[in-house]
Design a binder for this molecule. Structure first.
Ligand code: 13P
Ligand code: SF4
Length: 303
């Protein structure tokens, strides 16, 4: 504990020295969320990365999030304290594979989930996150839309649009594991609770839930809802933020096994080391960053 306080103080001092802002995703471990300037979902963190004036951004999350920040702010130093934190779903599509796939549907637009590499974004038309995916698809003039890489998000979008949605067959290894049986079991244990799930869940889990939200959407809903109890169908790191933002509400995980190991790779020691060494630094070469920036900014222009 004494050690933890000392590391926290060192981080705060270095943060001043480096003119740094610490951004943390809702799935980060409690101590990292506590030290962050902004905790949020992918869309909120992308908007923050674009608008902050700090010279340095410390991104506590996974690689595609830090890449997005580096693309949006090429003049800033973007650090990813856990340099090996990746998103296995983002790795389920490469730019080469996507180019071959889209050549089969010349009339289609390509929507890249923010959980993709910079290279994949660079060969897409627009980005989306779980918070704005339907709005993004509806904003397009095309009536056929390829959605990469998450098949579950693609099928979720298809519920709200008359456009033809062509899914890429990727998935999140954490959300794919939830089952309708998890929903039945937890509802039996907590009959008064509302079930909130993420759009990365399988269609049958979405059918069994009460509401579908991005991670921050879940927090906003839980705080504003008259219900006192919730079953939360996403990565369990979000429970910490829920307990801080609405301590009077009782939130149960849909499954205690819903842990994204990559999101858990960041700790205070790594945040401190990153600020001290100004490494691991995320750099995206301009030939990829420039087209990827257009794709991300096109999404950010949608309100
Ligand atoms: P959010 O954008 O809802 O925070 O989701 C990011 C993510 O990686 C979900 O698994
Ligand atoms: Fe990727 Fe799933 Fe982890 Fe989110 S929870 S970072 S989608 S593996």
């Amino acid at each position: 504990m004494v050690e933890e306080i000392a590391v926290r103080e060192k981080i705060l001092a270095l943060k001043e020295e480096r003119d740094a802002a610490i951004l943390a995703h809702n799935y980060q471990i409690d101590e990292v969320q506590e030290i962050a300037d902004i905790v949020g979902d992918s869309l909120e963190l992308a908007r923050a990365a674009a608008s902050l004036d700090n010279a340095t951004i410390v991104f506590c999350g996974v690689d595609f999030m830090a890449e997005t920040a580096a693309i949006l702010s090429p003049e800033k130093t973007v650090l990813l304290p856990a340099g090996d934190a990746c998103c296995p779903m983002a790795e389920m599509v490469t730019a080469g594979e996507l180019l071959v796939f889209r050549s089969k549907y010349p009339e289609a637009a390509v929507v890249a989930y923010v959980n993709t590499s910079a290279e994949v974004k660079a060969v897409s038309d627009i980005c989306c996150t779980s918070a704005n995916a339907v709005k993004v698809v509806e904003s397009l003039p095309e009536t056929t839309v390829i959605v990469v890489p998450d098949r579950n998000l693609a099928r979720y979008i298809a519920r709200f649009t008359t456009k033809e949605i062509i899914p890429w067959e990727g998935y999140c290894i954490v959300h794919e594991r939830f089952t309708p049986e998890d929903v039945r079991r937890e509802r039996a244990l907590h009959p008064a609770a509302e079930v909130l799930v993420h759009p990365e869940c399988r269609p049958e889990v979405i059918d069994a839930a009460d509401h579908v939200f991005s991670t921050s959407g879940m927090i906003r809903h839980a705080c504003a809802s008259p219900s006192a109890e919730f079953i939360i169908g996403t990565e369990i790191g979000i429970l910490h933020r829920l307990s801080r933002q609405c301590p009077e509400k009782c939130c149960h995980p849909l499954s205690p096994r819903a842990i994204c190991i990559n999101m858990k790779k960041t700790d205070l020691a790594k945040v401190h080391a990153a600020l001290e060494r100004m490494e691991p630094r995320i750099r995206v070469p301009p030939r990829i960053a420039d087209p990827a920036r257009r794709v991300i900014e096109r999404m950010l222009a949608i309100r």
